[in-house]
Write a protein that binds this ligand. Structure first.
Ligand code: C2E
Ligand code: MG
Ligand code: MG
Ligand code: MG
Length: 293
């Protein structure tokens, strides 16, 4: 069942196949055990300014170092427990871990803002805000602005009033908010005005369709226009080729993450990566030019 990907690093594997039955209870039990045994870890994907080459932050992405199946991607184990309380427990662990990492980087003289992904179930939890506050209080050296919470646009739209209240409350604590996979949830202008997210993360499907699909190019341009009009930061996800990066720069979008820049990696590799990384030649050419308005 376990198949290896091209890079031989990950196993494409679904945890439910290890069980005779696909009972959520068993997956839940397995996740609780994995938490207790310390088998989860976070990998960090750099996000950069493609023009200046500056590292502007990192996205924390959960992995499960499974004793039998190797390193598992979130798609192998998160969807099965999406609606269960354990996803709150996992989410708490992720935030705590990310704050610890920001703090560790700070002690090394590195200022790396980190964004973490939260499940809908987690932010709907009544203890979400007090727990977040407790976690922030336990890391007094970390400015809350260095933490960003990513929620999928589609999830935020399920209950927009709730999402808006939550985002406002988090921002009062100093924590930033991002709408992940933006563009897939059919957000109207009116909705975006009500959602106080700091960052829009352009979904990778639009980036990867460039430049073959003119419709998708139009979406990229429209989202860029929206971000500008509403004074939100725009980050393009899933930049896989130099050409895609160039197209984004030509449209005025300079912040990005993707395999063409850097893959998710263990925390201790990130500073070395940052000191070696150089933007592509064609991206650097934009350093002297002004981006489209
Ligand atoms: P996402 O937040 O949209 O994260 C981007 C995903 O795209 C990551 O997959 C990342 O490794 C991958 N990616 C980055 N650059 C490229 C690229 O250039 N090309 C392609 N094809 N893919 C790229 P990953 O790590 O497997 O995570 C998948 C999803 O799982 C995430 O999507 C996020 O929704 C969720 N997830 C990850 N970590 C967590 C977590 O700690 N908690 C929760 N609740 N969800 C998480
Ligand atoms: Mg994300
Ligand atoms: Mg995304
Ligand atoms: Mg996604």
């Amino acid at each position: 069942i376990a198949k290896q990907t091209g890079k031989n690093r990950y196993h494409i594997f679904d945890i439910k196949h290890t069980r005779p039955s696909n009972e959520p209870n068993q997956t839940l039990e397995a996740l609780h055990q994995a938490l207790a045994r310390g088998e989860f870890c976070l990998h960090y994907q750099p996000r950069v300014n493609m023009r200046s080459g500056q590292l502007v932050g990192a996205e924390a992405l959960i992995r499960w170092q499974h004793p039998e199946h190797g390193l598992l991607l979130p798609s192998a184990f998160l969807p099965a427990v999406e609606h269960h309380a354990v996803s709150v427990t996992v989410g708490q662990w992720v935030i705590a871990q990310a704050l610890g990492q920001i703090s560790a980087w700070q002690r090394q003289g590195l200022d790396i803002p980190v964004s973490v992904n939260l499940s809908a179930r987690h932010i709907q939890n009544r203890d979400f805000l007090p727990s977040l506050k407790t976690l922030l209080d336990s890391h007094p050296d970390v400015p809350p602005q260095r933490l960003e919470l990513e929620v999928m646009e589609a999830h935020a739209l399920e209950d927009i009033d709730y999402a808006a209240r939550m985002m406002n409350a988090c921002r009062e604590l100093g924590v930033r908010f991002a709408l992940d996979d933006f563009g897939t949830g059919y957000t109207s202008l009116a909705y975006l005005r009500r959602l106080p997210a700091d960052t829009l993360k352009l979904d990778q499907s639009f980036v990867q369709a460039m430049p073959s699909a003119p419709g998708d190019m139009a979406v990229v341009e429209a989202v860029h226009g929206l971000a500008k009009a509403f004074h939100r930061r725009l980050i393009a996800e899933g930049v896989e080729t130099e050409w895609q990066g160039e197209m984004l720069l030509a449209m005025g979008c300079e912040l990005a993450q993707g395999y063409a820049i850097g893959r998710p990696m263990p925390a201790d590799e990130l500073s070395g990566w940052a000191s070696r990384w150089q933007p592509c030649e064609s991206w650097r050419a934009w350093a002297g030019r002004s981006l489209s308005p």
